[in-house]
Every structure is written in structure tokens, then in C-alpha cells.
Design a protein around this ligand. Sequence first.
Ligand code: ZN
Length: 183
Amino acid sequence: MNLKVIQANIQSILTELGEDPNREGLLETPERVAKSYEKLFGGYTQKPEDVITVFQNEGYDEMIIAKDIDFYSTCEHHMLPFFGKAYVGYIPNDKIIGLSKLPRLVEIFSRRLQNQERLTKQIADTLTEQLNPKGVGVVLKAEHFCMKARGVEKQNCEISTSSFTGLFIKNLNTRTEFLRLIG
Ligand code: ZN
């Protein structure tokens, strides 16, 4: 990511909006925006397999759930934020993942231009690839700025998406238990 190129473009946008990019409050804005993009879109330079730590499972065969994972992403249609909570659960086979890595996994895929459906599926698919578990369940609940700020009537609408694999599809009890545990 070339920050200078982003800065120059933000400056053009400011001018096009009718602003004076040289007024005091805006002088550093292109630089700040470029810096914030480094964070907001930092997921492009990170690969899940580089941060995921996988351990041998020592006989645990119940559901493992990480709840209320805050995530912050950017909608690819409007480049506006969408953000909320992620709930990630799986039932292991012979491999488990370091618990702190579940939020990291959500973050890597969030920090890109996304739609909520793809983000949900990427998290589930990556866990499936890396752990070969008996099943995965991922639920994302989010608010979208493009709905809130652009005058759509549904100001407080929360969008919920889910992705299930293995036992979470085949076994209704498993999916029901997951949905109950995440509240
Ligand atoms: Zn949007």
C-alpha cells in the first residue's frame, strides 16, 4: 500500500467536495486517512495460516465457542464501515486452535473490503481447512453505515449472517445448542 498515492487521492476528493485542502483542519487529513487505511485494510497483507496456532486435541469432543468477538469491517459497495459481533464455534477432531487466534482470524478477514456474507463464510471455511473439525458454526451480527447514513428507513436494522458445516448442518441439536449458547 503506497500511502503517498492514497494521500494525493484523498486531497483530490477534498477539493472535489468543494473544500479547501489547505485550511488548517484539513492539512493533515489526507495523511491521517492514509494511515487509517493501513489499519482498516491491513488484512490484505496477512494470511490466516501465518497467525493460526494449531494444537493436538487431547480428547476434547464438545463444542468450543468464542462469543462476542468485536469486529470492524468496510463494505465493498460503499466503502463505509460495518461492524458488530462475531460468534465462532466448532467441534474438534484431532486438532484445536489457540483460543486467542479466533479473534485474530476474524480480524484478518474483516480488515479488507468485504460483504458480510463472504466474511462469514471465509471464517468458517478457513477453520474447516486448518482444523478439519467435525463442524463449524459462524454467526455475524452487524450494523451497516451504508444503511444507517444514506437515508434508508431501517436505521436500527441489524444484519445477521451465518455459515455452518459438518455436524452444524447434519445435526439439528448441535446447531440449536450453538445458537442457544451464543444467545
Ligand atoms: Zn454498503
